[in-house]
Design a protein around this ligand. Structure first.
Ligand SMILES: Nc1ncnc2c1ncn2[C@@H]1O[C@H](COP(=O)(O)OP(=O)(O)O)[C@@H](O)[C@H]1O
Ligand SMILES: [Mg+2]
Length: 525
């Protein structure tokens, strides 16, 4: 028989490449486009009677020129060359296929958008029986894009019929939840357009703890945030100190994309079980599960994500690095490698390549147990209630550069019982309000000026740092305590009190700036 190309409608039905073929996946892909366009607000409407899906965002919009090309397969503004593709992409999209696939599977798709700097709003409607042209439309008061899909899955009516509203909506909700957690600075809403009911609403949050708690209000905020880097892999982990009866509080992401990885989930569970096995903790006996958000960042070239559903399967080129980082972060959280971390000096190469970040420092708290007061005193050769080293360091006339050396020697100059007190003070949220803009500015200047933070310089992280609140809280916390210290130094003749605050400062941050301030202050006294 003669060799002939299949008709395009047949191709669209059987094509084996990327195909958006269920409602949750369609919503996921469209929200990802909004997030890639830097939207800070995304509204989703789903009608499972008419199969109409609408996503409206306040992102950067689409220019008239791009509007002409949008919807064609492999048209994308996110990635072009293989080199770009192999880097750690900062976008969800890169293949330029989802819109084309959604158009193929629907009656029509209409996109209206007003781009940044434009005073006009353009609309383009695409579909099999539609005359495709870009028109100007009613002026949109704000910048952004609205994508409306009419008659989704109209070319697969059997699948349309099989849709059970509740199950499908549950899938859409789950998909949104996954994106809400990892995109805390974006507000989301999901409405069932057939009933008018609001199914989900999440406000803009300052950080990932906020977005987690906006979805799970029953969960308290006993979280610990840790970060580990090795080679080109960075893992940020948010762990809760309690357990749950279900696995639903376990979120795993790779480059912000929600993924399904039973292998990683089981590995994490085993580490928890190992810790609690000896203690006969309920996690081992009754099925109790840890609660966490686990975010792996790595170059796209070492990971394979099969994006065939909203929670993609994930495969790594080398699981060894991933598992090593996972062990490190979990053992730190569980207090299993306390020795190793306590002994690490601030800028040791080990810490830079594979250590637990001090980005969050004392404000976030770290998961290691302290020795008893007695053991501490014995080890540091300190008389009960007296720390000879601090006295030596801070006696008037001492060269503060020496003080710095001692602070940085890796030895703990604070008694275990005092440390507990200090940590509890630091954990209290500070009542300092800053508006969003100044917050961002502060954070930026911190990144630029504080070269002591190696993790900010690792690839991709300086551009976009998810956990903004702990970070800015940390700065605010330090400034607050520094301020307290300076004030108390001015009014107090009680050297003991000043010494305590100095120790506090040294625990907080061993930075030159503060040591210099210390020097000045000591001169004042
Ligand atoms: N909500 C949106 N806001 C701005 N641009 C969008 C939006 N949705 C789609 N686009 C544009 O359409 C292009 C194609 O989208 P898509 O088919 O999802 O492919 P990809 O996301 O992989 O680039 C995107 O690269 C982007 O330029
Ligand atoms: Mg896309």
């Amino acid at each position: 028989m003669e060799l002939k190309r299949l008709n395009s409608d047949v191709i669209s039905k059987i094509r084996s490449s990327f195909n958006v073929s269920n409602v949750a996946q369609c919503v996921f892909e469209l929200i990802c486009n909004s997030l890639d366009a830097k939207a800070s607000s995304v509204a989703v409407r789903v009608n499972l009677i008419s199969f109409k899906i609408q996503i409206a965002d306040n992102g950067e919009g689409i220019t008239k020129g791009n509007m002409e090309l949008i919807g064609l397969r492999y048209m994308t503004n996110k990635c072009r060359t293989l080199k770009e593709f192999q880097k750690q992409l900062n976008t969800y999209g890169y293949r330029g296929e989802s819109l084309a696939s959604i158009i193929e599977n629907s009656i029509k798709v209409s996109i209206s958008s007003r781009s940044t700097g434009s005073s006009e709003t353009f609309i383009k409607t695409m579909g099999k029986d539609v005359n495709i042209e870009v028109k100007t439309t009613k002026f949109r008061p704000s910048i952004g894009t609205t994508v409306t899909v009419f008659g989704f899955m109209s070319n697969i009516p059997v699948r349309q019929k099989r849709v059970i509203d509740e199950i499908e909506l549950e899938g859409v909700k789950k998909c949104l939840e996954n994106l809400i957690i990892i995109n805390p600075m974006t507000s989301f809403s999901l409405r069932n357009d057939a009933t008018g009911l609001l199914l989900l609403k999440s406000p803009k949050n300052a950080d990932i703890i906020g977005s987690f708690r906006s979805l799970h209000q029953d969960i308290n905020d006993s979280f610990e945030l840790l970060k580990v880097s090795k080679h080109k892999v960075t893992i940020e982990g948010l762990f809760h100190k309690d357990f749950s009866l279900s696995k639903k509080y376990q979120y795993i992401y790779v480059n912000k994309r929600p993924v399904n990885s039973p292998k990683l989930q089981n590995h994490i569970l085993k580490l928890f079980q190992k810790k609690y096995f000896a203690q006969n903790h309920p996690i081992y006996e009754t099925k109790k599960y840890p609660m966490y958000v686990f975010h792996i960042r790595c170059p796209s070239s070492i990971v394979d994500i099969l994006s065939n559903s909203i929670k993609s399967e994930v495969e790594f080129q080398s699981w060894d690095v991933i598992m090593a980082c996972t062990d490190k972060i979990l053992n730190t959280f569980l207090g299993l490698n306390e020795q190793k971390i306590e002994k690490m000096s601030l800028y040791s190469p080990e810490e830079v390549s594979c250590g637990v970040s001090k980005v969050f420092g004392a404000v976030q708290g770290r998961a290691f147990k302290r020795k008893s007061d007695e053991a501490f005193e014995k080890e540091n050769n300190v008389e009960k209630g007296k720390n000879s080293k601090t006295e030596k360091v801070l006696s008037p006339g001492t060269d503060p550069t020496q003080a710095y050396e001692i602070y940085d020697s890796g030895k703990d100059l604070v008694k275990p019982s005092e440390h507990k007190k200090i940590v509890s003070i630091l954990r209290k949220p500070l009542e300092i309000k800053v508006n969003r803009e100044s917050k961002i500015k502060k954070q930026k200047s911190y990144i630029e000026t504080d070269l002591n933070q190696p993790y900010h310089t690792s690839e991709g992280l300086d551009k976009e740092f998810l956990y903004s609140k702990p970070n800015s809280n940390e700065i605010q916390g330090k400034n607050f305590l520094l301020d307290k210290f300076l004030r108390s130094a001015q009014i107090s003749n009680d050297l003991d009190q000043v010494l305590k605050l100095v120790i506090l400062m040294s625990v907080l941050k061993r930075s030159w700036n503060r040591i210099l301030l210390l020097k000045k202050t000591l001169k004042i006294i």
